[in-house]
Design a protein around this ligand. Structure first.
Ligand SMILES: CC(=O)SCCNC(=O)CCNC(=O)[C@H](O)C(C)(C)COP(=O)(O)OP(=O)(O)OC[C@H]1O[C@@H](n2cnc3c(N)ncnc32)[C@H](O)[C@@H]1OP(=O)(O)O
Ligand SMILES: N[C@@H](CCO)C(=O)O
Length: 329
């Protein structure tokens, strides 16, 4: 595998954060192609990524959620910074937009409907780490990023030293697949944007909780329209403005298809911190905890929040301290 740098722009991070750069873009698999799980081969895979801190051979790899991207400083400020779990002053932090994404990496729209897997995404991540000279990683992922962390544990056991998996099961339940099926049906029924907006509305209902909406979306903002209705419309518009429907279908299908066995998880040899979220209706805490129990060296901790699945972004409370403690052992 050889790589070519395409670009590099300076970071919008605060000046006090050392050596942060991104987004950078590199083309990987120029000579030896990537073999996908579906049997197709891909050459010249573009990967967009951010790095934080001085380059070194051991790093912390952050894996983003479904609609996330590589700009960790934008979406996880509670976790990135001096004294936080991802601390660029004494760690090398790397995050890449996933294969099939729509934030700089070769996207689903360019791949013409080729089915992707989470393990394919991990193989692209491995190639990026090789390019950066990284030989060992601590992996931290939430939501889709947490499922991708499971894929890393299975696909790259030689690279992963320990992992943090937040708000994610090892495999999708019928409930989670059902929600994604409805979202993809909406996209296929109304391609061009309207379906994606409905998909986001469905998803937002699974990312929050009844109590969260009772607290934040009671009453009306617009006369005659329930607040939650205008909220869901607004969230649909926001996603439509920044995301791509082919990516939505490809990534949700990859999550749905990821079904590692208990034996697969039993073979994982490294320590893993698994975090459930008490009010998560998408991935109920009990389900997340049961998956953790299939890992021989896991420990489970629960974030007690009313805000549902998105609490890892909106209401992390003492989760950053917990993750720091685990990563620095
Ligand atoms: C590990 C990872 O990779 S996670 C990936 C991170 N993901 C991202 O960064 C992208 C996805 N982003 C998100 O999911 C969200 O930004 C979150 C979860 C971080 C927070 O969601 P937000 O939309 O910022 O917050 P919230 O749900 O409170 O909604 C606020 C917005 O809704 C609007 N709003 C709130 N209530 C209403 C209402 N009743 N009617 C209309 N609009 C409303 C607000 O005015 C605000 O609008 P704005 O964003 O245009 O300013
Ligand atoms: N709200 C996050 C979490 C979804 O898993 C996102 O949109 O990516």
């Amino acid at each position: 595998m050889t790589a070519v740098f395409l670009g590099h722009s300076s970071s919008p991070l605060p000046a006090e954060e050392p050596a942060c750069s991104g987004p950078q873009t590199v083309t990987l698999f120029r000579h030896a192609p990537l073999l996908l799980d579906c049997g197709r081969v891909l050459s010249d895979v573009r990967v967009a990524f951010h790095t934080y801190g001085e380059a070194r051979e051991d790093a912390t790899l952050v894996l983003h959620a479904l609609t996330g991207d590589s700009a960790v400083h934008e979406w996880w400020p509670d976790f990135l910074g001096t004294g936080k779990p991802l601390d660029p002053s004494n760690d090398y932090v790397v995050c890449a937009n996933v294969l099939g994404g729509c934030a700089g990496t070769t996207g689903a729209g360019e791949l013409g409907g080729v089915p992707l897997t989470l393990r394919d995404m991990a193989r692209v991540g491995r190639a990026l780490l090789e390019h950066l000279g990284v030989r060992q990683v601590r992996v931290v992922g939430a939501s889709m990023g947490g499922m991708l962390a499971y894929a890393w544990l299975l696909e790259c056991p030689d690279l992963v030293e320990r992992a943090v998996i937040i708000g994610a099961p090892a495999r999708h339940s019928p409930w989670a697949i059902g929600l994604n099926t409805a979202a993809r049906s909406a996209i296929r029924a109304a391609p061009g944007g309207e379906g994606l907006k409905v998909a986001r509305q469905i998803a937002m209902l699974s990312y929050r909780s009844p109590e969260s909406f009772s607290r934040t979306q009671a009453g009306e903002r617009v006369p005659g329209v329930p607040a939650v209705t205008s909220y869901l419309h607004h969230q649909g518009e926001k996603l439509h403005a920044r995301f791509c429907e082919q990516t939505y279908c490809a990534l949700t299908a990859a999550m749905d298809a990821f079904q590692p066995t208990r034996a697969d998880l039993n073979a994982v040899r490294v320590p893993v911190l698994v975090v459930g979220i008490s009010s998560d209706v998408l991935y109920p805490a009990a389900e997340v905890r049961a998956c953790a129990g299939e890992l021989p060296r896991s420990e489970y901790w629960e974030l007690d929040s009313i805000h549902g699945h998105d609490a890892f972004l909106m209401d992390p409370q003492d989760l950053p301290e917990r993750v720091s403690e685990f990563l620095n052992r």
